[in-house]
Write a protein that binds this ligand. Structure first.
Ligand SMILES: [Zn+2]
Length: 633
């Protein structure tokens, strides 16, 4: 057989080129990472099969995908991102919750805590620091940040630290429309203009309800906002359009408001309803957020949308019933439609930021974040979970399309990043944890009180001089032992092990009817190193509850087990399959249609750094996922 050497050389080159990310066009590989907070991989599986997440489905087909990814313990957002970005478990990162026990132990009691996000020092190196050492440029778009985190020379959008208030609604209950008197110049209106007034943070607004002559709608159809009773100073013009797929077009631009200390922030307005006779209206405004400073010169040429921030949808107002009666309470779906529009709008603001940043900022590694589906999973997973005793199929069937739409917004976000992805760029989709339905709460402190391990004084305060064990209000799935190495501690080192064993036994005996409530208990001193739990700012005894149960950290007298309205919860042990989530890589050099097994969130950082050809973050103990790319072998 005649063999052409040149052909072999060519083939060898193409195989080599395909195997090494970044070699394709002789450029260094880049990566875009999109984090979907709180993604339930079983739900993603159903939606992708039904063609409802086309961008994700395309990447799964053409990439390496895991849908049974183990989060850390507790499976919460701050520890999840700390572990994703460092490749290290909470024991090493120091981020053991969204709030963590305060250190040093000698100076703080078991009641003291600090914020896990931005407050608690991240003790492990994040991937962006490792990338910088390798000369890579990084953009971080709204990914949770931690204190003492090294990220010089990265451009970081940090919207979550700029939130300066709550979102809200204005309805006739707050401001009943009145004839507009005392105005300097009134705008043209086919009906007498009506006045409302309200405040957002420290800024007072006047509103005029008018029947716009240029608008075909019969009756009042427009709300004009000013800061004085002068129609020449109108800042915002809002049309009354019901919530829906095109509703996004009817939001205001960012409007400046003053918060405490005369600091500037911006909000967006949306008029969801205005009755033709002017008797009723429904105005929503987003959370005031201060303008981004990241540094300022990096934002040159960026529009208002990029500088401002919304972050989340109106889940709190929705849940309170402020958006109207919810489907589980017998509503028609109107409240869900309004809420969904706030989700879309928040998602689109993040997308606009990323669209601009991808095009205008220098980057080799681009990290983007979206709080969806997590926020909506919290609202609805409890109703969608057929495993709960409170399950009602008709409610689940009506809520499900709304949750699907929320996932769709995250898929659209992914689609935008794909469309704007330069050649030679790996894309990764990650998530921090899953979600489970819960409708029972276990007031563990109540049990500890009954057994004399926790003592509450006459004023209802925890008496540390008599308390041996506490489930702290930071609610991280672990107990703290009031050991003598802590301020005001009473448990001697030699007592600790026996006490932990005793508590474990006590917990395993808890029953709800005949049903056990606790599946497993882990002493961090015994299992800590292997499970990545414990450590100076972690817990002492970690608890794995039976699915459907959540922790109730309160100390108030009440039954140990209570039934509550179903909701979505996470934080549970990574052993629970509902806490598992997804991870995906696709792009140059990445295996196609590859299923990854036994993946943990700590495997992400070492795998991504391997793909981009720089050393894993210093404290990483995750595994390089060799199946992702031949280049990683
Ligand atoms: Zn969450």
């Amino acid at each position: 057989m005649h063999i052409c050497l040149r052909k072999i050389a060519f083939l060898a080159w193409t195989i080599f080129a395909a195997a090494i990310p970044g070699a394709t066009h002789g450029q260094t590989a880049k990566a875009i990472v999109l984090a979907w907070d709180g993604t339930v991989s079983t739900f993603v599986d159903e939606l992708t099969r039904q063609g409802k997440l086309p961008n994700l489905a395309k990447l799964i087909a053409g990439g390496a995908f895991a849908d049974d990814v183990r989060p850390g313990f507790p499976s919460k957002t701050a520890p999840g991102f700390a572990s994703l970005m460092t490749g290290a478990p909470p024991r090493v990162t120091g981020i053991s919750g969204n709030r963590v026990p305060r250190e040093p132990r000698a100076d703080y009691t078991i009641l003291d805590s600090m914020a896990g996000f931005s407050g608690a020092p991240l003790l492990a190196e994040p991937i962006w620091a490792a990338a910088q050492r390798a000369g890579k440029k990084v953009v971080i778009s709204h990914i949770p940040a931690f204190a003492a985190e090294s990220s010089e020379n990265t451009v970081r959008f940090h919207g979550y630290s700029m939130i300066a208030g709550r979102d809200g609604i204005v309805t006739p209950r707050l401001s009943k429309p009145q004839p507009a008197a005392l105005w300097n110049k009134l705008p043209a209106s086919n009906a007498p203009a009506l006045e409302i007034s309200f405040a957002v943070a420290a800024s007072k607004f006047f509103g005029l309800l008018v029947d716009d002559p240029g608008d075909e709608q019969i009756g009042y159809d427009t709300l004009l906002l000013t800061r004085s009773r002068n129609a020449e100073d109108i800042e915002v013009k809002l049309k009354s359009i019901p919530a829906g797929a095109t509703g996004e077009l009817f939001w205001s631009g960012p409007v400046e408001v003053k918060t405490t200390g005369e600091r500037s922030a911006s909000v967006y307005f949306r008029l969801f309803e205005l009755r033709g006779d002017g008797s009723d209206f429904f105005l929503y405004f987003t959370r005031p957020a201060r303008a981004m400073v990241i540094p300022e010169d990096a934002l040159e040429g960026a529009g208002d949308t990029v500088r401002s921030f919304i972050g989340n949808g109106a889940s709190i107002l929705y849940q309170q019933g402020s958006f109207g009666r919810t489907i589980p309470s017998g509503g028609s779906g109107g409240a869900e439609a309004r809420y969904l529009e706030t989700v879309r709008f928040a998602q689109h603001q993040l997308m606009e930021t990323n669209r601009w940043a991808l095009a205008h900022l220098p980057w080799d590694l681009f990290f983007a974040y979206t709080p969806f589906p997590d926020e909506s999973e919290h609202l609805w997973r409890g109703y969608l979970d057929p495993g709960l005793s409170t399950y009602r199929k008709e409610v689940a069937d009506r809520l499900r399309p709304f949750l699907e739409q929320v996932y769709k917004t995250s898929d659209d976000h992914l689609g935008l990043l794909l469309a704007d992805r330069p050649a030679n760029t790996i894309i990764a989709v990650i998530s921090d944890h899953g979600m489970q339905g819960a409708n029972k709460r276990f007031a563990i402190n109540r049990l500890l009180q009954q057994k004399g391990l926790l003592v509450i004084d006459a004023q209802g305060r925890i008496d540390l001089s008599k308390t041996k064990v506490l489930y702290p209000s930071i609610n991280n799935g672990y107990l703290l032992i009031n050991s003598m190495d802590r301020k005001n501690g009473i448990v001697a080192a030699e007592e600790r092990k026996e006490l932990a064993r005793q508590v474990g036994e006590l917990l395993s005996e808890v029953r709800d009817g005949d049903q056990p409530v606790v599946k497993n208990v882990y002493d961090a001193e015994i299992h800590g190193a292997e499970m990545g739990i414990g450590g100076p700012s972690g817990g002492d005894v970690y608890i794995d509850l039976v699915p459907g149960y959540d922790f109730d950290p309160r100390t108030t007298p009440e039954p140990v087990i209570t039934q509550v309205e179903p909701y979505g919860s996470h934080g549970a042990s990574p052993e629970q399959s509902s806490m598992r989530t997804l991870m995906l890589f696709q792009g140059p050099g990445i295996a196609a249609a590859r299923r990854l097994q036994n993946v943990r969130i700590i495997d992400f950082a070492p795998t991504l750094s391997g793909l981009l050809g720089f050393p894993a973050p210093k404290n990483s103990s995750g595994r390089v996922l060799h199946d992702v790319s031949a280049a990683l072998h």
